[in-house]
Design a protein around this ligand. Structure first.
Ligand SMILES: CCCCCCCCCCCC(=O)SCCNC(=O)CCNC(=O)[C@H](O)C(C)(C)COP(=O)(O)OP(=O)(O)OC[C@H]1O[C@@H](n2cnc3c(N)ncnc32)[C@H](O)[C@@H]1OP(=O)(O)O
Length: 243
């Protein structure tokens, strides 16, 4: 099995270094906003507040939305959100919808790089999904589990040295995945054949395997990502790029 024929220490090092980012004030404020907005989302979906209080809270949130809406938004990052940072050399993927601390819709999944006992590189994602992610009672919605897999498998495939986009993602749900409990996702490259990078991953609650996934990524020329970013720049905020 050939894993990452182009894998170099500098490639891995650059990813590891960029996780940490710079402790800039701008990054701290973005992360504070992300954390506070997540807390609001969690409380909103699970709140037993009296209706009158809900009205006051809605007034306050509408005011916050109005205040921040006065500033231009939608293009604060270069390139694509997965690899975006909060500016001033913030951390890698700060705005990822899955792992970005500064993105309020991210749970977020905390990513790290590690290795198997046999020394093969793996990606580990640790996350606790709150009430906003409920599917079956007390369990995480399957779509969010799939999204977390896409993220950890996506980072794992990038360790091949020729990262690409998800072409196919398949998830087997083995047991209900609990809400409000720490989960561990583990992802690895299985093999690489030309542009194809095959990956697999598992999700554990403690020792319990709750879900497993495999995915195919197709290495893309970075000019394709540049093209997508360029299309985004040519469209208005929130509109689809023309593919
Ligand atoms: C630093 C960064 C870190 C970044 C870390 C970030 C982690 C997060 C990652 C998140 C990733 C995403 O969510 S990505 C978003 C979701 N995915 C997408 O939007 C992708 C949309 N699809 C596409 O753009 C395209 O279809 C591609 C890029 C996947 C493939 O297009 P292509 O490059 O033109 O591929 P092509 O030459 O036609 O095919 C090459 C080979 O792959 C096969 N192939 C192609 N597509 C498929 C497919 N869907 N299922 C099976 N097989 C396929 C072909 O049959 C062919 O096999 P053969 O004939 O050679 O045998």
């Amino acid at each position: 099995m050939e894993i990452g024929s182009k894998l170099t220490n500098s490639w891995l090092d650059s990813i590891v270094d960029s996780f940490n980012g710079v402790d800039s004030d701008r990054r701290r404020q973005f992360n504070r906003i992300g954390t506070a907005t997540r807390a609001v989302i969690e409380s909103v979906v699970a709140s037993k507040a009296p209706t009158e209080q809900l009205g006051l809270i809605a007034d306050a949130i509408e005011k916050v939305a109005e205040d921040i809406g006065r500033f231009p938004s939608g293009r604060v990052y270069e390139g694509f959100a997965e690899a975006a940072n909060t500016g001033g050399n913030g951390g890698f993927m700060d705005f990822s919808p899955i792992s970005g601390a500064a993105n309020p819709i991210a749970p977020p999944v905390e990513l790290s790089l590690s290795s198997d006992p046999d020394g093969s590189p793996i990606v580990v994602g640790v996350v606790t999904f709150g009430s906003a992610y409920e599917g079956p009672p007390g369990s995480v919605h399957g779509g969010h589990i799939a999204a977390a897999f896409d993220e950890v498998l996506g980072l794992a495939q990038s360790m091949s040295g020729s990262p690409g986009m998800t072409a196919r993602l398949s998830v087997n749900y083995r047991k209900p995945t609990p809400l409000g409990e720490p989960l561990t996702f583990v992802a690895r490259i299985v093999k690489k054949e030309g542009k194809k990078v095959f990956t697999e991953g598992k999700c554990y609650f403690g020792d319990i395997l709750t879900a497993e996934a495999d995915a195919l990524f197709i290495s893309v020329d970075f000019s394709k990502l540049a093209q997508l970013a360029g299309e985004r720049e040519r469209t208005n905020d929130g509109q689809k790029p023309q593919l």
